[in-house]
Design a binder for this molecule. Structure first.
Ligand code: NAI
Ligand code: HPV
Length: 540
């Protein structure tokens, strides 16, 4: 049974889906923060949130259970993504479900500003019939500047064109050709837009580039009397500049739905003439909430039950078909990682991976992550999986190089690993027999064929009569049964390698006895998972 926590208010339709999901139980606990949030998160496999809860690095500290956080909405700025990645937690969002509602809210605020809707109603509440005081402006024929032409920005532009506005747009990722087709006049810089616009609306994330996009300097060039709207993220407009702009008359109006710190009930703009503000309501419609809640539940349950990853913001997507078709090789890669960790327990400086044959047409980056997860798993006191393994390896200064060669070599597909440590190298390669039988097919330059699971002994020795028999006898004396044996050598009488698959792990005494045998140069005991012992991200 997987456990899910819902951390912010979620539409009932989403909760109903959680209720009906087989193998999932859930709890709704909102308003969590600090120690209480951290402790609570350790009891769940998955979490669903909106913008309310702040999932900081502190909140994830020491968490060994949580596997996924799904944001029922777009912005994931309330989740510390580097911390989540480090902890091996997938962060996903539902990017499209609230697009139209947020675009409509931006248009609603633009019209509310233009027609003084909020102060006019307030005056009625206060008992005045002030028809002369609230002269408005018509939007038709006016110019709207849209910064950020993604999902919401484009939906706003389309609606503004429907209101007979001229639309200027700025987005470094929009092509001139596409903008033209949509009826948007693309500008090259925000500054180029500012002297021309009557209204401006922003629809970008808050980034180093978009923070303070409108500041004191921009007020100098903006068309006097412009009205600014922000339904994206607080901080894109500098609020102090907005206050100054309104006071000096450079700006005729400001409409905000979002604030640098939320919740926000105390803001210098609140109450100023020409201002209309809402408490982060862009996505707050029944339609948007139903859509993001049901999609969030779908994403999380699919991940928890099949490992499928969609709309992730901190890791590559992984659809169930790819996962299923790659599972066998993910297993080979993970086992080679585990084997490498035993063979080279310290001093590792670089891993070179070579994929050969048909496998090169698959997502080998995933296989590399699986290898890295196997390599690090035993060394770390934190969960390692496809999300964080490569990052963990890099942060330990271990170089990871991936190469592909579509030539098949001896197998339809294979994967070779070269480990470098202090001037020495060790090499292994593996393949998959059938759909689910990982095999070790070489050690250093020696070809052989051994099971890649359970307890193993890998020993280098001189290729002389009686050496292998002596290993068997020694293990026999220590009660270790040999299930399978493989030997590889390059030249008769030269260096050879033996790989034994054992029914149980040899004791330290048995290992010492084998190492003491004549003509044995190295002997390494390796313990790989048996079927049924795989980590959850690999088990399926
Ligand atoms: N008020 C509310 O309740 C809601 C707010 N939002 C916020 O709205 C924003 C936009 O959401 P979507 O349109 O869904 O995202 P999106 O990812 O579809 O679009 C963002 C666009 O911004 C552009 N962009 C990035 N940096 C830029 C820069 N420096 N200058 C100009 N353009 C830049 C990107 O190229 C992209 O086209 C997000 O910050 C999101 O969190 C989203 C939904 C509801
Ligand atoms: O989706 C977004 O980015 C939003 O800002 C909506 O936030 P909410 O889910 O209403 O807390």
């Amino acid at each position: 049974m997987a456990s899910v926590i819902v951390l912010d208010k979620l539409a009932q339709e989403g909760l109903d889906m959680l209720e009906a999901a087989p193998g999932i139980d859930y709890e709704v606990i909102t308003g969590l923060a600090g120690d209480e949030l951290r402790e609570t998160l350790t009891r769940f496999d998955g979490a669903i949130c909106r913008s309310g809860v702040k999932i900081t690095a502190d909140a994830l500290e020491g968490n060994r259970r949580l596997k996924a956080i799904v944001r029922a909405g777009v912005g994931t700025d309330n989740i510390d993504k580097p911390a989540a990645t480090k902890a091996g937690i997938v962060v996903m969002n539902t990017p499209a479900g609230n697009t139209l509602s947020t675009a409509e809210h931006s248009i609603a605020l633009m019209l509310a500003l233009s027609r003084n809707v909020a102060p006019a109603y307030q005056s009625l509440i206060e008992g005045r019939w002030d028809r002369g005081k609230f002269m408005g402006t018509q939007v038709a024929g006016k110019t709207l500047g849209v910064i950020g032409l993604g999902r919401i920005g484009l939906a706003v532009a389309e609606r503004a064109l429907g209101l007979e506005m001229r639309v200027l747009g700025y987005d470094p990722f929009m092509t001139e050709e596409r903008a033209q087709k949509l009826g948007i006049e693309l500008v090259k810089t925000v500054d180029e837009m500012l002297p021309q616009i009557d209204y401006m609306t922003v629809h970008t994330p808050l980034t180093d580039e978009t923070r303070n996009l409108i500041d004191m300097a921009q007020l100098e060039i903006i068309k006097p009397g412009a009205r600014l709207i922000n339904c994206a993220r607080g901080g894109i407009y500098n609020e102090l500049a907005l206050v100054e702009g309104l006071k000096s008359g450079k700006l005729a109006g400001v409409a905000l739905d979002v604030y640098p710190d939320e919740p926000c009930t105390d803001n210098p703009l609140f109450g100023m003439p020409g201002v209309v503000c809402t408490p982060h309501l862009g996505a707050s419609t029944e339609e948007a909430q139903t859509s993001v809640a049901t999609e969030a539940v779908e994403l999380l349950t699919a991940f928890l039950t099949t490992g499928a990853i969609r709309h992730a913001v901190n890791v590559a997507a992984l659809d169930p078909k790819t996962l299923e078709s790659l599972r066998g090789y993910l297993d080979v890669a993970y086992r080679l990682g585990r084997l490498s960790a035993c063979a080279q327990p310290s001093g590792l400086s670089a891993c070179h991976l070579l994929y050969r044959g048909e496998i090169v047409h698959e997502d080998t980056k995933l296989l590399t992550s699986a290898f890295a997860a196997g390599l690090l798993e035993g060394a770390l006191d934190e969960p390692v999986n496809l999300v964080n393994a490569e990052m963990m390896l890099h942060s330990r200064g271990i170089e990871l190089v991936e190469e592909s060669n579509s030539d098949m070599g001896a197998f339809r597909s294979s994967m070779a690993v070269e480990l470098s440590a202090g001037g020495t190298t060790k090499r292994f390669s593996g393949t998959l027999f059938g759909k689910e039988m990982p095999r070790l097919v070489s050690v250093d330059e020696h070809r052989l064929e051994a099971y890649l699971d359970g307890s193993m002994l890998i020993f280098h020795h001189q290729d002389l009569p009686g050496v292998i028999g002596a290993v068997g006898t020694t293990f026999g004396e220590h009660g270790v049964n040999i299930a399978q044996m493989a030997v590889g050598r390059t030249n008769p009488g030269g260096e050879a390698v033996g790989v034994l698959n054992l029914d149980g792990e040899p004791s330290p005494e048995a290992m010492d006895a084998v190492k003491a045998l004549p003509h044995i140069t190295t002997a390494q005991s390796v313990c790989l998972p048996k079927a049924g012992e795989l980590p959850s991200w690999l088990a399926g």
